[in-house]
Design a protein around this ligand. Structure first.
Ligand code: NAD
Length: 298
């Protein structure tokens, strides 16, 4: 029996995108400034192509100037760095995103750290990570996925999470760790769990807020969940199912949605939860970058 509220990330993302579109039009009207987003994709990973296409589409729908640089799989690191340097110095560009994962011969750290911190709308630069960790977010870029999760958590529980226990499953630099910083800023008590955590289900069962970012289909079950907990499912897993004798592939999260809905208070679905919010937060960061560049924020 389903009892939990389904957190509609798509509806929230659409609402936020409408507000970004309005603010973008006002920025152009009042200051002659159009936010510019450059997306760099190297190689032909099919999932990355879909993500990049969606980001470009969303940027254009918001009224941004949007460019995509598609580089061949065997592009040298020197050439990637040259392109990033030219985008760093391009006044029409306020946000630079290098789609991950990169082909193996390229060094992810060197490339992500080459993006100017002021244009790092993914929030991966050490300067932005440091500012977030120090709680100095006035002019920092927060990574898009945890930023989107935080807005959905706030909708359910309000801005002050004093007295709440939050358990994050996964300690990646792009989701788990920044998620912990954001929740800590809101006064939650944080536990970060990972592949070496003992008795994970017992740790999770103490959580008022669960954020699952692992990459293992349907791993989080109802008997891990404290009644009424808010469960945010970041995982994206492609699983094969047999329907009418045919094998079909579909997306599923890290949370066993139907099972967990029988205990939790609110749960994000996959698809339609964290994913759409992530793309919209990229637009939010790019608009913010344009405003910061013009001294209108910060
Ligand atoms: P990652 O591979 O960098 O990190 C996975 C984390 O899970 C690691 O910290 C690891 O310790 C932990 N882990 C692995 N096995 C575990 C286990 N058995 N128990 C507990 N922890 C375990 O992944 P990531 O980049 O953080 O992404 C995680 C998932 O979120 C993936 O499915 C990814 O596709 C998805 N994702 C979705 C979005 C979105 O917008 N919806 C954005 C980023 C990532």
């Amino acid at each position: 029996m389903t009892t939990a509220k389904r957190i509609d990330g798509k509806a929230k993302a659409d609402q936020l995108a409408a507000s970004i579109t309005e603010q973008t039009a006002a920025l152009l009207r009042e200051h002659g400034l159009r936010p510019g987003l450059a997306v760099v994709i190297i190689g032909d990973d099919p999932a990355s192509q879909v993500y990049v296409r969606n980001k470009k589409r969303r940027a254009e729908a918001c009224g941004f100037f949007s460019v995509q640089h598609t580089l061949a799989e065997d592009t040298s690191q020197t050439d990637v760095l040259k392109l990033i340097d030219s985008l760093n110095n391009d006044e029409a560009i306020h946000g630079i995103l290098v789609q991950l994962p990169l082909p193996e011969h390229l060094d992810e750290q060197t490339i992500t750290q080459a993006v100017a911190p002021t244009k790092d709308v993914d929030g991966f630069h050490f300067v932005n990570i440091g500012k977030l960790t120090a709680g100095h977010t006035a002019d920092a870029f927060v990574p898009c996925t945890p930023a989107g999760c935080m807005l959905m958590i706030e909708d359910e529980l309000g801005p002050d999470l004093s007295g709440k226990n939050a358990v994050i499953i996964g300690r990646s630099n792009i989701v788990g760790k920044p998620m912990a910083s954001l929740l800590l800023q809101r006064n939650a008590t944080i536990t970060i769990t990972h592949s070496r955590t003992a008795d994970l289900s017992a740790v999770v069962s103490n959580a008022d807020i669960v954020v699952a970012a692992v990459g293992r289909a349907n791993m989080v079950k109802a008997d891990w969940i404290k009644p009424g907990a808010v469960v945010i499912d970041v995982g994206i897993n492609r699983v094969e199912t047999r329907i009418d004798g045919e094998t079909r592939s579909r997306l599923t999260g890290d949370v066993d949605y139907d099972d967990v809905c029988s205990v939790a208070g609110a749960v994000t679905p996959v698809p339609g939860g964290v994913g759409p919010m992530t793309i919209t937060m990229l637009m939010f960061n790019t608009l913010r970058s344009a405003r910061l560049s013009a001294g209108l924020e910060g």
